[in-house]
Design a protein around this ligand. Structure first.
Ligand SMILES: Cc1cc2nc3c(=O)[nH]c(=O)nc-3n(C[C@H](O)[C@H](O)[C@H](O)COP(=O)(O)O)c2cc1C
Length: 161
């Protein structure tokens, strides 16, 4: 099955780390999503900006992606958690792409407050076959210490091979 990993990673590279693990194990193609207007400022400032954006359902414009989604039967979408839901960039991606013919794997990284991220993502994947949903926990200070065990992550990746 041809698989594309689409991910967004902003704060400390946690989601990118998980995307890289997936790519290595699944031998998938990968596309990093980025916003046209970059987030700037301190963690605190970005956190506050993110809060406002999430509250109003803001969908930032994204830089064009190179991959043609038609080429893939399965799409893995990975996001950091922003205020109990997906990052706005992933909101834009899911709202603008029809994944109804695809198998979809949803994954998010978080710092201990996963909220309703996976449910919100699933709602934007109308008609897609949701193959798996997974949350991966990093440390509660917003740092890059992986707290979900590697054994659990490897087992999960094995289950979607
Ligand atoms: C704007 C913002 C909002 C966040 N909101 C949450 C949250 O609601 N729940 C949570 O557990 N972690 C939250 N975090 C922490 C990140 O989800 C977590 O550190 C994630 O692994 C960062 O991934 P990244 O390095 O790929 O961007 C937030 C971080 C930022 C920057």
């Amino acid at each position: 099955m041809k698989t594309l990993i689409v991910y967004y990673s902003q704060a400390v590279g946690n989601t990118e780390r998980i995307a890289n693990m997936l790519q290595e194990s699944l031998n998938a193609d990968m596309e990093k999503i980025d916003t046209v207007v970059p987030y700037t400022g301190s963690y605190q400032e970005i956190s506050e900006q993110g809060h406002k954006e999430v509250n109003r359902g803001y969908m930032p414009e994204l830089k064009p992606i190179n991959s043609n989604l038609d080429m893939y039967e399965r799409i893995i979408v990975a996001t950091p958690t922003w205020w109990y839901t997906m990052a706005p960039a992933i909101h834009t991606f899911l709202a603008n792409h029809d994944l109804s013919e695809k198998g979809v794997v949803l994954v998010h990284t978080h710092a201990g407050w996963p909220g309703h991220c996976l449910e919100d993502m699933e709602k934007l994947c109308n008609g897609a076959k949701i193959i798996s949903k997974k949350d991966i926990k990093f440390d509660s200070d917003g740092g890059n210490n992986l707290e979900t065990s590697m054994t659990e992550i490897e087992k999960w990746i094995e289950s979607i091979k």
